[in-house]
Design a protein around this ligand. Structure first.
Ligand code: HEC
Length: 206
């Protein structure tokens, strides 16, 4: 009985192998049992249309329409710039700086920035051990004195060899990361005087 199965198996393999027309191109569409809505009447962008008088599928906007919601007119919030094009200092008023924002910033920072800039912001991320040594430390004076708007811009548009992160971080998340970078800088600049009295004992100081 086993041989019957084996013979059948080999005959099937041989038949499919020889008659399976591998590499052949068929001119007829494959047999479709369920078409799965593969073909449907629809307009593709910038295609021609016989329906509209001007022959375009793209419809022009009616006169006087105004974009609502994502106009992004607030340059400080969306570009980190002030009225004269200077970098804004501080986080724009539309963003509330609280523990929740910092928590969000920490989370996004850990995902998107820490691989290069390191968890402490000192430029010693994991990529350094793979040969990427040019990541600067946020604790350099040059970056410590940068305005928040400039940090925001670095995240939005990238800088030199650093790629932009605008596609991964919403503007509000970018500000959250800026706030967290500031927190990292503040923490690095901390002294014993910043330690609350109730925690001094843990550090062995009075
Ligand atoms: C793939 C590695 C990499 C990642 C990820 C990365 N950076 Fe950078 N970053 C760099 C490098 C490299 C530079 C130095 C660019 C240069 O000047 O050549 C830099 C520079 C900077 C600077 C200094 C810009 C200046 O003015 O010199 C800031 C601030 C900064 N990054 C913030 C961030 C933040 C915030 C994130 C996360 C959203 C991030 N980076 C993610 C590699 C990275």
């Amino acid at each position: 009985m086993r041989y019957v199965y084996l013979t059948t198996f080999f005959v099937v393999v041989l038949t499919v192998g020889v008659l399976g027309f591998r590499g052949c191109t068929a001119t007829k569409p494959p047999l479709e049992v369920f078409p799965d809505m593969d073909r449907q009447g629809k307009y593709r962008p910038q295609a021609e249309s016989a329906f509209f008088a001007d022959g375009r599928t793209d419809r022009p906007l009616p006169m006087g329409v105004v974009a609502r919601g994502d106009l992004r007119a607030d340059v400080a919030l969306y570009q980190g710039k002030g009225p004269a094009g200077e970098w804004v200092r501080g986080i724009p008023a539309a963003i509330t700086v609280d523990a929740r924002l910092l928590q969000r910033g920490k989370e996004r920072y850990t995902i998107y920035c820490a691989p290069c800039h390191g968890a402490l912001g000192d430029g010693n991320g994991i990529t350094k051990s793979y040969g990427m040594g040019a990541t600067p430390s946020y604790h350099d004076d040059r970056i410590r004195i940068q305005a928040e708007g400039e940090l925001f811009n670095t995240i939005t548009n990238g800088k030199a060899t650093m790629l932009p992160y605008a596609d991964k971080l919403e503007p509000s998340d970018r500000w959250a990361v800026v706030a967290y970078v500031r927190a990292l800088q503040r923490a690095r600049a901390g002294t014993v005087a910043d330690v609350p009295a109730s925690h001094k004992a843990e550090l062995g100081i009075k």
